[in-house]
Design a protein around this ligand. Structure first.
Ligand SMILES: Cc1cc2nc3c(=O)[nH]c(=O)nc-3n(C[C@H](O)[C@H](O)[C@H](O)COP(=O)(O)OP(=O)(O)OC[C@H]3O[C@@H](n4cnc5c(N)ncnc54)[C@H](O)[C@@H]3O)c2cc1C
Length: 240
């Protein structure tokens, strides 16, 4: 079934994945980049080992203009005192279809953007918040726009903000006391959390389930099981 995918970040990873999705699937997808343009600054090079060339060849990197790439045969390693440590024969890793390659980073980005630039790339989209709504994900951006998608792919680099939204929201404990509170469970994706329910602790209903429900103990047991800090409920300050 056709799905809607949001890729966060138009770096090498996000753009490569976008090309692969375009080539191999009919899913709807969009790459969201926080900057206003792609950095095509010349001067920075990148070395690509044969495994990455094999992936890139799936999206026709082998058709790139030969003048833009170079296949070094060896790499020499030097100490900071400029003494040679060793050299590595790169040709050993090469095959006919995938050779160790170096090129300008800007040329790689140019290549990766070619097929997706106009229809599948949005700039100035810094992700602000991500929330799971049943089987969809709502993404909110800094410019007050949003998108509702089936999947979010965090390709926003090593300090990914996007990943932290999901990681933070795993293994939470929700205590829902009383019928009014229980209504909120419907809007939560409960599979990654512990959901505890009981009657409301008011004098009228405390004996209908709240007494003896052990929610605080169950919460700490769950925290321990998931390698999280337990809570000292005697001194607990919700404003901390
Ligand atoms: C000096 C240097 C040299 C390197 N040389 C090599 C090399 O020779 N060979 C090699 O294989 N690797 C090299 N690397 C590593 C390589 O550059 C990285 O592994 C690669 O760029 C990672 O790509 P990426 O797409 O995962 O992340 P990034 O390139 O970091 O891209 C992430 C993108 O996400 C965007 N973004 C971030 N946060 C948000 C947000 N909240 N919302 C929306 N968008 C967001 C960013 O603006 C960026 O465009 C080098 C790295 C450095 C620093």
């Amino acid at each position: 079934m056709k799905k809607k995918i949001a890729i966060i970040g138009a770096g090498i990873a996000g753009l490569t994945l976008a090309n692969l999705i375009k080539k191999y699937t009919d899913h709807e997808f969009m790459v969201y980049e926080r900057e206003e343009s792609l950095s095509l600054e010349e001067g920075y090079g990148i070395q690509l080992a044969t495994n990455s060339i094999k992936i890139l060849n799936q999206i026709h990197f082998n058709k790139i203009n030969d003048e833009k790439i170079f296949h070094p045969k060896t790499i020499d390693f030097y100490s900071i005192q400029n003494e040679k440590i060793c050299d590595l024969n790169l040709s050993k890793f090469n095959s006919v279809e995938a050779k160790y390659t170096t090129l300008q980073r800007s040329n790689l980005i140019e290549f990766l953007k070619e097929d997706i630039y106009t229809q599948h790339l949005r700039f100035g989209k810094k992700i602000k918040e991500v929330s799971e709504l049943k089987d969809k994900v709502l993404i909110k951006f800094d410019d007050n726009t949003n998108d509702l998608v089936d999947f979010v792919i965090a390709a926003d680099g090593i300090f990914s903000n996007t990943r932290s939204f999901f990681e933070k929201k795993k293994n939470l404990v929700g205590m829902f006391w009383g019928n009014q509170a229980k209504k909120y469970i419907e809007s939560i994706d409960i599979k990654d959390h512990l959901i505890l329910t009981s009657s409301h602790p008011s004098p009228l209903s405390v004996y209908l389930g709240f007494n003896g429900c052990n929610h605080f103990q169950l919460c700490n047991e769950y925290m321990l099981k998931n390698h999280k800090k337990t809570i000292d409920w005697q001194t607990y300050d919700p404003n901390e």
